[in-house]
Write a protein that binds this ligand. Structure first.
Ligand code: KG4
Ligand code: ZN
Length: 342
């Protein structure tokens, strides 16, 4: 089975060709064009600009993904595309391109939920997750916990009530004067601080830590960071050591909540495998703390498969092959993760 995957939900334009056989899932090509450096000038993603960059990149990216494999469209068994959630202008570029290619090349079209696709970065290679498993998705817009019992069959057990973990990283980084994208830059500073000191003495709130639910809330933490930065005064931004200490305190708070809730979910449902995905899954403190606090298997994809890419979209389609009439597929910016009994 050979699938061409397309991903255009935000500021990355990606195409990949992925193959599934008896030995597992192999990446034949993986091309990502990012407009992140353009967005860095504005300190965040400008939706119209992101959509324009998608339009410029989509055909060259698909062409390169095919050229790297020396395959022709005839060899494909299907085209998978991110249907949502994401920015509508960006999504439309991928979805309309995929529909057109599906009709012209006469290949089945498989629409994919971007959030489900993130989990499928864990199915690349030979060492695949086993069911049941707990899935933690932590990206820029989402923080969700699901209990997978099989492919296409999962129970939504909790998620953020307001801001996502990635958003909390990004907004906190912004008030600390760190460049976009904030998450990795904030984490780098936190690591710098820990290399010289044991632990930050600044304690920030751990929202909903012990409330018994599997939901998250990060907006209160974001407000606490804004207030702390105000209290420390404008001289804070000139004091690299103190900024690094605030970064460590923020990362400690976010990671502790994510790890405690995820490990508790695995214990309560009696699960021995946790799979993590999404941009925040590249966070080293998160992976270290999860492995330290959970005695089962913790699977986290390599960083290039945690952030947005098309390999995960193709991989998701390989395990959930549901072709739809291309004329009936529409971009859906509001797709979410909901319990699936199929
Ligand atoms: O999954 P992703 O690439 O895009 C979305 O679908 O949202 O996730 C992007 C998010 C951003 O908020 C970014 O700051 C965060 O992932 N991120 C990190 C790290 N690397 C990326 N957050 C914390 N630590 C990191 N190392
Ligand atoms: Zn994503």
């Amino acid at each position: 089975m050979l699938i061409l995957g397309l991903e255009t939900s935000c500021d990355e334009t990606a195409a990949a060709i992925v193959q599934k056989d008896r030995d597992g899932v192999k990446i034949l090509s993986n091309v990502v064009a990012s407009s992140q450096s353009i967005m860095a000038k504005y300190g965040g993603v400008i939706p119209e600009q992101a959509a324009r960059e998608q339009l410029k990149s989509i055909i060259p990216v698909i062409t390169e993904a095919l050229e790297q494999t020396q395959l022709t469209p005839k060899d494909l068994d299907g085209i998978a595309v991110t249907q949502g959630p994401g920015l509508i202008g960006s999504l439309l570029v991928g979805v309309e391109t995929a529909k057109t290619l599906s009709l012209v090349w006469e290949k089945p079209l498989i629409p994919v939920n971007h959030l489900e696709a993130h989990f499928y970065a864990n199915w690349i290679g030979e060492d695949q997750p086993s069911f049941p498993c707990i899935g933690l998705l932590v990206s820029g817009g989402h923080s969700d916990l699901v209990l997978f019992s099989d492919h296409n069959k999962y129970q939504y057990i909790g998620g953020t009530r307001d801001d996502a973990a990635g958003e909390c990283f990004d907004k906190s980084a912004r008030v600390l004067g760190l460049p976009y994208p904030g998450g990795p830059n904030l984490s780098k500073k936190a690591t710098e601080f820990r290399a010289m000191n044991s632990q930050s003495k600044m304690i920030l709130p751990r929202p909903m830590l012990n409330d018994g639910s599997f939901d998250f809330s990060f907006s209160g933490l974001k407000t606490a960071v804004i207030n702390l930065v105000k209290d420390l005064g404008p001289q804070l931004l000139e004091n690299n050591d103190q900024v690094a200490e605030v970064c460590a305190a923020i990362e400690d708070a976010i990671v502790e909540v994510l790890v405690k809730k995820t490990v508790r979910a695995a214990q309560i449902y009696n699960i021995d495998t946790i799979i993590v995905s999404g941009g925040v899954a590249t966070n080293q403190t998160l992976s270290k703390e999860l492995s330290k606090n959970f005695h089962g298997r913790v699977l986290i994809p390599p960083p290039y498969l945690c952030t947005d890419n098309a390999v995960m979209v193709a991989s998701c389609a390989l395990f959930n092959y549901q072709a739809i009439d291309p004329l009936k597929v529409e971009a859906n910016p509001n797709l979410s993760l909901m319990t699936k009994e199929a």
